[in-house]
Design a protein around this ligand. Structure first.
Ligand SMILES: *[C@@H]1O[C@H](CO)[C@@H](O)[C@H](O)[C@H]1NC(C)=O
Ligand SMILES: *[C@@H]1O[C@H](CO)[C@@H](O)[C@H](O)[C@H]1NC(C)=O
Length: 184
C-alpha cells in the first residue's frame, strides 16, 4: 500500500507541474483516509458488543480473528484473565455469561490511534460492562459494573474489522456494585 501510495503521488506529479495554480495534490497520509476506518471500526466495536451481549457465540468469528490475544487480567481474579485464540475466548465468554445471566457492554469512546496499515488499526476504546445475576443482585462477584479501557489492534478481514489483540485496564479503582443499594 505504501508503494501504491507513492505511485499514486507520482501519477499526480505531471499534472501538478503543468498546472501550478491547482491546489496541492493530496498528501500520502490521506491516501487511505482514516475517516472510513473510524466509521467501520466503530461499527466493529458495536457489533462485537452486540454479538457477545446477545450470546451469539457461533458468530464470534465475525468480530474477532482466529488468533486473537485477549488480556483482561487487570480487572482482577474472577473478573478477567488471559485468553489466546478464538476457542479460548469463546469458552471464557460463555463461562462469564451462561444462561440466566444478563450483561451489557456499552462501547463509548473509540479513538483511532493509528492506522498502522490499511488493514491494521490501533485504537483505544472505553467500555462499561454491567452484569446482572437475578438470583444474586447484592453479590459483587455476580452482579457488578466495571469501567474499563481497551488498547486494541484490529485487522480488516473479509470486509470487517476484527479484534486481534486487546489489553484491558480498569479505569476506575475497582469493580462496583451500584445497582440495588444496600437494602435487603
Ligand atoms: C449472527 O450471524 C447470522 C448469520 O450471519 C446473522 O443472521 C445474525 O444476525 C448474527 N447475529 C448478530 C447478533 O450479529
Ligand atoms: C498490527 O500493527 C501493530 C503495530 O504496528 C503490530 O504490532 C502488530 O503485530 C500488527 N498485527 C499483525 C497481525 O500484523
Amino acid at each position: 500500500m505504501y508503494i501504491q501510495t507513492a505511485l499514486a503521488s507520482l501519477a499526480l506529479l505531471p499534472f501538478a507541474l503543468c498546472a501550478p495554480s491547482q491546489p496541492p495534490s493530496p498528501q500520502p497520509y490521506y491516501a487511505y483516509p482514516p475517516t472510513q476506518a473510524i466509521t467501520t471500526l466503530t461499527q466493529g466495536g458495536y457489533k462485537f458488543a452486540l454479538t457477545i451481549d446477545s450470546k451469539q457465540w457461533s458468530n464470534l468469528s465475525q468480530v474477532m480473528t482466529k488468533d486473537i490475544y485477549y488480556d483482561s487480567s487487570a480487572l482482577g481474579a474472577g473478573y478477567g484473565g488471559v485468553s489466546v485464540g478464538i476457542d479460548q475466548v469463546t469458552a471464557a465468554l460463555e463461562a462469564s455469561a451462561p444462561e440466566g445471566i444478563y450483561w451489557e457492554h456499552l462501547v463509548t469512546n473509540l479513538y483511532l490511534e493509528k492506522l498502522n496499515t490499511p488493514t491494521n488499526a490501533s485504537s483505544i476504546t472505553y467500555i462499561t460492562v454491567s452484569r446482572w445475576d437475578p438470583s444474586a443482585l447484592h453479590d459483587i462477584t455476580k452482579t457488578y459494573r466495571i469501567y474499563y479501557r481497551c488498547d486494541d489492534q484490529w485487522l480488516l478481514q473479509d470486509g470487517s474489522w476484527k479484534l486481534d489483540h486487546s489489553i484491558v485496564r480498569n479505569t476506575g479503582p475497582r469493580v462496583e456494585a451500584p445497582y440495588f443499594g444496600s437494602s435487603s
